[in-house]
Design a protein around this ligand. Sequence first.
Ligand SMILES: [Fe+2]
Length: 256
Amino acid sequence: MKRKKSMINRDDVVERGVALWDIHYPDQDDSCMSIVHQFVDDFNPDYFLLCGDQLDMASISYYNRNKPKLVESKRLAEDYKGFQRDVLDKFDNILDDRCLRYFFIGNHEYRAERIIESDPQYEGFIEPEINLDLSLYKVVPFNGFLTVGKMNFIHGIYINKYNSNKHLSVYEDNVFYGHTHSNQVFTKLSPFLNLPRQAVNVGCLCNKNPSYMRSRPNSWVHQFLFWYMFDDGSFVYYTPIIINDKCFINGKLYHA
Ligand SMILES: [Fe+2]
């Protein structure tokens, strides 16, 4: 049987983007990062979003205060240097010059600000904006948001059992978020609206069993988001899940 031709012209898709949550460098999953890197190279996005908790910042965590064993050999300066080399520079090398890039401050990057609240003498020394070359990025402040067409992006706030329901009821519009490292979707379709509204919780790209988890069971998922957007701001999105260092996207096998 002859294949039906798509009624949508490719030219109607005006923009495409990729969003990543919860890399938690240096606790990133290297295989996931390699797969995402390969995909971004193929996809050539117009938007590239690092949506928070790109860095773990464990060396200045409140939870690790007065526990020297937990921060042994961890150095913030090394983390910044490594993240610049292994993440920012690698993506910047393959992203097109016209690609709009955003760097969200998640609760982990915000740890620098929390230190400054109690020890203001460190201001100007420990913040990500000071230590990373973000000249190609717009920084989205902690708990800030970015709107692209009919999509809204945040780092994520709620971690309760029905967190997608909570995010949709609070933000009252399409919202894409991470923070929980898990995957959940809640949809509302009103007869007054043409399109559904969704809160979409996208998984993480970090090690699923970092030392502080001590092998506790969890619901973490390796995942990221990409989308195509039409000129009226409507969109189609995909949230591929990476399993055993492999992922199929648009019929192509990506593997680390
Ligand atoms: Fe987070």
